[in-house]
Ligand binder design. Structure first.
Ligand code: UDP
Length: 407
């Protein structure tokens, strides 16, 4: 079992010691996280790693997942799309269904807790059904809500306003809400199967199994098949690069149980990639962490060409592996990539193609950016920092008004 002590060589003694001191000051507390899927997407990825570590520092931490039917996930995906700015139509019967499914889940949950962190809109309604069972309610938004659809945000705002606090990934996402708002960056776990060091043999084994040749530089994007991740824009950029410079594109992704639109986007991607032997479209199972790790380590350049992005854990994962990343200049990606420093930001397929060629022709620069990116990720985006932020948040909620936590 991985223990917090295993992180000491990576982040330093003080960082780990501080977590124990913060948790000790907080004392034994029950902390529940609720989201809408155990597999697929960044939220599940973080929770699967953070919950065991929070238990290790002494908080009784649970991870609950709300259960819903396809109609429920249609509604919540529509919320997601609307919060990221799309025009969606929601009628009253769909909204009633959203509330009904939350009500059923609240009846299934029998625990009481000191703190609850409710992730994203899917379980947000729970507060209306079980307010008195938890002392402190926190809503954690992982979505890029920089330009939300106003109608849908108004509906959600009414629910979220009942919470004691909310957490966003960056200041640009903060909203007009009647309670304190906190900024917490997401994080990756350097010791997970997704991110741990791999040997060259382990990497090669995965490439052989997935039938990927290493005859040309590899450009990779790992993402759920979702239009906001812009896989079609990636294919366009690849075609532009390929006219002049040989390379191979891998689009690797899977489905999340709370995302009903994946199949449609995947079909579009397959069509766009048809007849192109240098594009590999890989549909991976939700637990393909080892394979994704190997693909990221085998890649020469990693893309995350999103058009909206709450944070983009795939960017951090690539940075941690010392890879140069080209990302869409949106949402949380801009927190991670700084031009010529920790990566490159782009606004179009043309810009993306330009930067791919730029990096392919400058291997030394690519290496230097990868190194800087790795150190930036170590400093800001590892799970120990995320655990510290959660513990600090809980302390602040118990001691409202206090600005300093004495350890
Ligand atoms: N991921 C995965 N399999 C896939 C696609 C993505 O395990 O087929 C992982 C990816 O490595 C990352 C997370 O899911 O850890 C995606 O998080 P991100 O913040 O990039 O995007 P989200 O899916 O939450 O919008």
């Amino acid at each position: 079992m991985i223990t917090l002590d295993d992180y000491r060589p990576i982040v330093g003694e003080e960082v780990v010691d501080q977590l124990f001191r913060l948790a000790e000051r907080l004392g034994p507390r029950c902390f529940v996280h609720v989201n809408s899927t155990r597999k697929g997407g960044g939220v599940a990825e973080i929770l699967s790693r953070a919950v065991p570590l929070l238990n290790q520092v002494g908080l009784d931490t649970k991870w609950e997942v709300i259960e819903g039917d396809p109609a429920f996930f249609e509604v919540t995906k529509a919320f997601h799309n609307a919060l990221q700015g799309q025009n969606v139509r929601l009628n009253q019967s769909l909204l009633n269904h959203y509330q009904e499914i939350n009500r059923e889940n609240a009846q299934r949950f029998t625990w009481e807790a000191d703190f609850i962190l409710v992730h994203d809109p899917q379980p947000a309604w729970l507060i209306n059904e079980m307010r008195s069972r938890v002392k402190h309610w926190i809503w954690r938004c992982h979505i890029d809500v920089s330009k939300p659809n106003i109608k849908v945000w108004k509906f959600l705002r009414e629910i979220v306003s009942k919470y004691d606090a909310s957490v966003f990934s960056m200041s640009q996402f903060a909203q007009n809400l009647p309670h304190p708002q906190y900024l917490i960056r997401p994080s990756i776990d350097p010791l997970s199967e997704k991110n741990r060091e791999l040997t060259q043999e382990e990497i090669q084994e995965v490439l052989d199994r997935l039938e990927i040749e290493r005859d040309k530089p590899i450009i990779l994007q790992v993402s759920r098949f979702d239009s906001f991740k812009d896989p079609l824009g990636v294919i366009q950029a690849f075609h532009m690069v390929r006219k002049h410079t040989p390379c191979r594109l891998i689009l690797a992704g899977g489905e999340a149980t709370d995302d009903p639109e994946g199949a449609e986007t995947l079909a579009e991607v397959k069509e766009a990639a048809q007849g192109e032997p240098d594009i590999n479209v890989l549909l991976l199972p939700p637990d393909a962490h080892h394979d994704i790790n190997a693909l990221q380590r085998a890649a020469d350049i990693i893309l995350q060409k999103s058009t909206r992005e709450g944070f983009g854990l795939t960017v951090t994962e690539a940075m941690w592996k010392g890879k140069p990343v080209i990302g869409g200049a949106v949402g949380g990606i801009v927190l991670q990539l700084r031009d010529y420093n920790t990566g490159f930001l782009v606004n179009s397929p043309e810009g993306c193609a330009f930067r791919i060629r730029y990096l392919l022709h400058r291997p030394e620069l690519a290496k230097r950016i990868g190194k800087l990116a790795q150190e930036f990720a170590r400093e800001h985006f590892l799970i120990t920092r995320n655990i510290r932020d959660y513990l600090t948040l809980l302390s602040l909620l118990e001691n409202p008004g206090s600005r300093v936590i004495e350890l």
